[in-house]
Design a protein around this ligand. Structure first.
Ligand SMILES: Nc1cc(N)c2c(=O)[nH][nH]c(=O)c2c1
Length: 373
């Protein structure tokens, strides 16, 4: 651990990178998957379980936390780490993405976003400066700039407008963040599915000399090949020596293919949300435990797994719990899924260290294709 924010590259294998982000609250081994701790909890998990599975960092959603318990209250209670009992790094998003997807958006202009809370209908305004202020009150370790993510498909004019405003907001967020040695503010590359706008955004953000950079505006419903094309377009214009974070991604296959293109950090609700709905991720692909074919299958999800949820419970029981809408069903499948995601990231890191990432990727995809155990 260090008193400052540092990123160092330990190994590369093709475009894949093995690195470490060192911060006062801990070290993040990259490539890293960040479980989403939406409202100060990784849903259906105890945070010590999340840590035991290998998570070095979790994500908090600024939109949800600003509505309740509220940033000033969290600050009075000692900050988010103290409140939720997670002493390791936390990354917070800016809130803008969820304002635009969850709230009753009322106005979006140069000053920021004005919206009605989905909780109580109260009116809120969030400027770039307020977003950074809120993330500071939460005592977030990695803070994201406020940006505007345009849902695809969208017109080139609309995508360019949003990208240029996001660049201006990035400059305002940098000023508001100031100089916080043990913390970082990341910029977010926008530009939709238009290559020259992606390049413009990445190059302009690089000029700001921020501590890390995210690729936003993807995982918003576009086909995987479009996402991968935009990663290929954007990464060469992102600073090589800074961490690269692909927001909202993704499935295990998305992450493998993105690591192969030079991405270091991921977050996604996929393992937690789909676990609560009965979907299990395993080394032999996905298993939907709602399916009647599991009703009398006494096999575990994966007897070779180190996770008790995968090794010690039958598919029949998991099927029963999910069909009965019992909390334990979502708890066990969330536990299994986060275990699988973290095991996959650990396998990726080791493969890059040993110069065999391409073989690891091919073997992993072959196992998925072989189907259920
Ligand atoms: N898929 C995405 C998930 C996200 N949380 C974000 C975000 O927070 N900001 N900007 C983005 O473009 C974005 C995309």
């Amino acid at each position: 651990m260090t008193e400052t924010f540092q990123f160092k590259l330990l190994a590369t294998d093709g475009k894949a990178r093995r690195g470490e982000v060192s911060m006062p609250r801990g070290t993040i081994r990259t490539p890293a998957f960040m479980p989403v701790g939406t409202v100060g909890t990784v849903k259906a998990m105890y945070l010590d379980q999340v840590r035991e599975l290998g998570a070095d960092i979790i994500l908090g959603n600024t939109y949800h936390l600003m509505l309740r318990p509220g940033p000033e209250r969290v600050a009075r209670l000692g900050g988010l780490h103290e409140l939720i009992r997670w002493p390791y790094p936390i990354l917070t998003d800016s809130g803008g993405f969820q304002v635009m997807s969850l709230s009753g958006l009322r106005k979006l202009d140069e000053q920021g976003v004005t919206f009605k809370s989905h909780v109580d209908g109260a009116l809120h305004h969030m400027s770039p400066e307020r977003s950074i202020e809120i993330q500071g009150l939460l005592d977030s370790d990695i803070q994201m700039q406020l940006d505007e993510c345009v849902a695809l498909p969208a017109s080139p004019k609309e995508i360019e407008r949003a990208m240029e405003m996001s660049l201006r907001w990035a400059e305002r967020c940098k000023v508001a963040f100031g100089d916080q040695p043990g913390k970082a503010m990341f910029g977010i590359v926008q530009g939709g599915d238009i290559p020259h706008l992606r390049v413009r955004s990445a190059q302009a953000l690089a000029e700001l000399n921020l501590k890390g950079y995210a690729i936003g505006g993807l995982a918003v419903g576009e086909p995987q090949e479009v996402m991968l094309d935009m990663i290929d377009t954007t990464v060469p214009h992102m600073p090589f020596e800074k961490p690269r974070y692909l927001m909202g991604v993704g499935t295990p296959d998305d992450m493998l293919k993105s690591v192969a293109r030079g991405i270091d950090m991921f977050d996604c609700v996929m393992p937690t949300r789909s676990g609560r709905h009965g979907l299990a991720f395993t080394r032999r692909g996905r298993i939907n435990l709602r399916n009647a074919r599991h009703a009398e299958d006494m096999r575990p999800l994966d007897e070779e797994s180190s996770c008790p949820a995968a090794r010690d419970y039958s598919r029949a029981y998991l099927h029963h719990l999910i069909r009965a809408n019992e909390s334990l069903g979502g708890m066990l499948l969330t536990w299994n899924n986060l275990s699988y995601y973290q095991d996959l990231m650990a396998g990726i890191r080791k493969a890059i260290e040993e110069g065999r990432f391409a073989d690891f990727m091919a073997e992993t995809q072959e196992n998925w294709a072989r189907g259920d155990l």
